[in-house]
Design a protein around this ligand. Structure first.
Ligand SMILES: Cc1cc2nc3c(=O)[nH]c(=O)nc-3n(C[C@H](O)[C@H](O)[C@H](O)COP(=O)(O)O)c2cc1C
Length: 348
């Protein structure tokens, strides 16, 4: 269809208005409490991939492994479960429990870079072994009571490893491939390899989701132009650093004062974990972890992060975070209540 004959109301295929934004799995961060509160205060995501659950060898699956995925904990954002494991029968047993909870899709983690995981041949540790991946898919897929998607990296050690894998992946009916264009040994540092992503995108016949280092709306705009075939974008650390990012990418208005929204989100998260975790030590550890990312790009971030990481009591934690939010609110009001959310030089 030529541009002249296209209906005026037809969406511009490059506007990205229909693109999906997916919350990345961030174990220890993006559990159901975070997902619910994130959507209540910031919105912007269309769906989430849950942090991985390790498959287990026992017949009885411990209930605590499935808490994050219980339907009553996931009313606010559609979520897809993720499993980490290599044994087809263990995987199928766990998938059956997820199907009982109503899930119609499950994701297989082939990207986890942590040496303790990879050394056991799990996560990215499986990427140098396309034969094992093929055997797993051949065994699991005919018996899986739901669709299968995969999240992976370019390789464990070499970005070329995925080249051997793509023809195998193309032979199986996968719902989606999410590709984070780093190797496992890179962990989460160093540059993403966008050339390699482009080569893979051209070779993969399944829908591909891009994941890696999206921290601004401009990043998505640039990536959309470079990879027009990609219609879904997964964001992890960028949304922890700037929780308004997904809504801004979508062009959704931020309602209310950003610092006040962040503070309420923080307070709600603290209260929710306070009810879930046993003891102030665990609560403090959990909240400290978030602040590592919350403060990315903040002017005095290092200083505040150090204070928070050194603090040993909840009282002190409250004093530090209250002072931080008070100062951020003062800066924000000084700027006419218009301080942009994170990524700039001002607090958040
Ligand atoms: C603390 C942390 C926990 C993660 N947990 C998982 C996980 O459970 N499953 C998974 O597939 N990826 C996991 N990842 C990887 C992220 O989903 C994502 O691929 C990575 O952070 C790159 O995306 P980003 O630059 O948008 O953060 C984790 C990453 C981090 C930093």
């Amino acid at each position: 269809m030529s541009p002249q004959t296209r209906k005026p109301s037809a969406p511009d295929p490059r506007s990205g208005a229909d693109d999906a934004l997916i919350l990345a799995p961030l174990r220890g961060y993006s559990g159901h409490l975070f997902r619910r509160l994130f959507m209540r205060h910031f919105g912007g995501f269309d769906r989430a991939l849950a942090p991985f659950i390790p498959t287990v060898g026992s017949r009885r699956i411990p209930a605590r492994l499935l808490v994050d995925l219980r339907p009553e904990n996931n009313r606010h954002l559609p979520v897809e479960p993720q499993l980490l494991g290599t044994d087809p029968d263990d995987f199928l047993r766990m998938a059956a429990s997820l199907a009982d909870l109503g899930y119609t899709r499950v994701n297989w983690n082939l990207g986890c870079p942590f040496p303790m995981v990879a050394k056991k041949g799990r996560g990215s540790g499986m990427l140098p072994h396309p034969d094992r991946i093929e055997a797993f898919l051949a065994s699991v897929l005919p018996r899986l009571p739901m669709g299968l998607s995969i999240k992976l990296r370019l390789g464990r050690r070499e970005p070329s490893e995925i080249g051997h894998l793509i023809p195998i992946l193309n032979r199986y009916p996968l719902r989606e491939i999410t590709l984070h264009p780093r190797t496992g040994v890179q962990m989460y540092a160093g540059t993403t390899d966008l050339n390699a992503f482009g080569t893979c995108l051209a070779a993969i016949t399944h829908p591909v989701t891009y994941n890696g280092d999206i921290t601004t709306p401009e990043d998505v705009k640039r990536l959309r132009v470079r990879f027009p075939a990609v219609r879904s974008w997964m964001i992890g650390r960028g949304a922890l650093a700037d929780p308004f990012l997904p809504a801004r990418i979508k062009g959704q208005p931020i309602s209310g004062d950003p610092v006040a929204v962040l503070r309420t989100f923080h307070d709600d998260l603290l209260a929710a974990y306070g009810r879930e975790l046993s003891g102030p030590g665990h609560l403090l550890d959990r909240m400290k972890a978030y602040w590592t990312y919350f403060l990315t790009g903040v002017a005095n971030g290092r200083k505040v992060a150090k204070q928070i990481h050194r603090c040993r009591s909840l009282d002190r934690y409250h004093r530090i975070t209250d002072a931080f939010f008070d100062a951020a609110a003062a800066v924000n009001h000084g700027a006419g209540g218009n301080v942009p959310a994170a990524g700039g030089a001002e607090p958040f």
